[in-house]
Ligand binder design. Structure first.
Ligand SMILES: *Cc1c(COP(=O)(O)O)cnc(C)c1O
Length: 517
């Protein structure tokens, strides 16, 4: 065990043979699991011996120790600080993970989210004392509706995929209200992976629509699937090939023609904000990832917010609660539906991720309308710069300009023995978070790169230079070096399959582990 190695003096292959005595490498310390650092009885506080009391718990009394490790306060602080330093985030460097929009999070957002009048609120405070927060939410609602050209919005979904669930539950409620529940949802191949998952989670059969050779929905294949048991389509725009779906208006008209609804995955709104409004494109509902487009921090499972904008037809089914401006100020509506309708229920406790609302609104207001339009322009410009600089080195999957992200496939690695995975691992050694790989499935060995608007030309050039250098190495026969990557990380290649198939989610004391084997 690692802890044993740390505690029991020189590790095998210690200082003399090239490793280190401690197993540490410079100031990069080896980090045992917190359970492996257990010193039974150690605590962060010294509590006095409790006075003797009569036993009243009976059989509820704990039978044995609960298995939490004993650590002092400095041990805990060091453990979590060291783990945080092993993490790579947008604050440490370039993070071109396609579809994830890892843009810089302006510090003004953080400053405002920490104002005591906002940060210290409790959702159960009397509404008369939270008017400022309600006004803030109402203002954000106004701008989300304005940017998207949609009449209503549900604020409570906690992330993009949660927003999809919200939208599809509105669609299901709308069909059920007419006594025609319908069975199928159409999902193009170029849609995000969460789209078919959401449709299936809502109980629909998913029908896939192929992409054409331009990376867009194959319109005639789509039209062939239209039937009166189709509840709607879930389409991602811009799609996961980083391309605008040019036939979107025809698609909207056709789905409406059979009485279906148009769900648009709007997680990539950062490419079209200020340029095109989903409301003008015939969209019925769309989630917006505040944690992508509007720069609230994410990654590592951090908090998100996925408000869903809704058309007139779906607004009555929007979940509770929501904020309105009544005669006596702002009010949280907990029972009646929007537009006098029948809400499908609630999605989560309280009002949504208000911390994200504050940050998103701060981002909008500090940019202004012209600034938000420029965000989209710069995001698209940066992606096209990557595409133009790399298209002769890597293999660009589709002709023509892209939107916010550039898609390449592994054709350029043909006969080198190097795979997309190897290439991604080698990028880590060069100091970059890898791009999204093997997604979308539309092309072979996909490499999807999203630079975002907050990268400078200098940082893009540094990245382009590294990618070009790696491509040259791959073609010059350095396959073994690629298979050995990453070489400079705390851990080398992990067994990702076993980690996914046999996850160890609960720590067991070593003797139990032995007994189990
Ligand atoms: C990120 C993303 C999602 C999912 O959003 P989460 O907040 O991660 O749940 C859905 N669709 C697209 C296109 C995305 O990029």
């Amino acid at each position: 065990m690692m802890a044993e190695k740390m505690r029991s003096g020189p590790a095998a292959g210690g200082a003399v043979t090239g490793g280190t005595i401690t197993g540490h490498r410079g100031l990069q310390l080896e980090e045992p699991l917190i359970f492996e650092q257990d010193s039974p009885g150690a605590t962060g506080v010294d509590l006095p011996q409790p006075a003797a009391v009569a036993e009243r718990l009976g059989e509820l009394k704990r039978q044995g120790p609960i298995g939490l490790p004993g650590l002092s306060e400095p041990q805990v602080v060091r453990h979590y600080t060291r783990i945080s330093q092993k993490n790579y985030g947008i604050d440490s460097g370039f993070y071109p993970l396609g579809s994830c929009t890892m843009k810089h999070n302006p510090r003004i957002n953080e400053k405002l989210a920490r104002l005591p009048g906002l940060g210290d609120l409790h959702p159960l405070q009397p509404q008369s004392t939270t008017q400022g927060m309600f006004e803030l939410m109402d203002t954000l609602v106004h701008w989300l509706k304005t940017i998207t050209g949609m009449p209503a919005v549900a604020m409570s979904p906690a992330a993009g995929a949660h927003g999809e669930l919200c939208g599809m539950m509105c669609i299901r409620a709308a069909h059920e209200a007419t006594g025609d529940p319908r069975k199928k949802v159409l999902v193009p191949e170029s849609a995000h992976g969460t789209n078919p998952a959401t449709a299936a989670a809502c109980g629909y059969a998913v029908e896939s629509i192929p992409a054409n050779d331009r990376g867009r929905v194959d319109l005639s294949a789509f039209k062939e699937k239209l039937a009166d048991d189709v509840a709607g389509i879930m389409l991602t725009n811009p799609n996961t090939c980083g391309l605008f779906e040019n036939d979107i208006i025809d698609i909207a008209d056709a789905i409406h023609g059979i009485g279906g609804f148009f769900y648009c995955d709007g997680a990539n709104l950062n490419a079209i904000m200020g340029k095109a409004r989903p409301g003008d494109l015939g969209v019925d509902c769309m989630h917006i990832n505040l944690h992508k487009t509007f720069s609230t921090p994410h990654g590592g499972g951090g908090p998100g917010a996925g408000p869903v904008v809704l058309s007139e037809a779906l607004a009555p089914f929007a979940p509770l609660p929501y904020v309105i401006h009544g005669d006596a100020g702002f009010r949280l509506v907990e029972h009646e539906g929007q537009s006098g309708g029948q809400p499908f229920g609630r999605l989560k406790g309280f009002h949504g991720q208000v911390g994200m609302f504050i940050r998103a609104l701060a981002y909008m207001m500090s940019h202004g309308a012209d600034g938000l339009r420029q965000v989209s322009e710069d995001a698209v410009l940066n992606a096209n710069y990557l595409l133009a600089q790399l298209k002769d080195t890597l293999s660009a999957s589709f002709d023509g300009p892209c939107m916010h992200e550039a898609l390449f496939d592994d054709h350029f690695l043909k006969d080198t023995g190097v795979t997309t995975l190897d290439f991604a691992k080698a990028m880590i050694d060069e100091g970059f978070h890898p791009m999204t790989m093997y997604f979308p499935l539309v092309v072979h060995g996909a490499m999807l790169m999203e630079p975002t608007e907050t990268e400078s030309k200098a940082s893009l050039d540094e990245y382009i230079n590294a990618v070009k250098g790696l491509a040259a190495q791959a073609r010059s026969g350095a396959v073994d070096a690629f298979h050995a990557a990453p070489r400079f990380t705390p851990r080398r290649r992990l067994d990702e399959t076993s980690a996914a198939r046999h996850p160890v989610l609960r720590w067991r004391p070593p003797q139990e582990e032995v007994a189990a084997e």
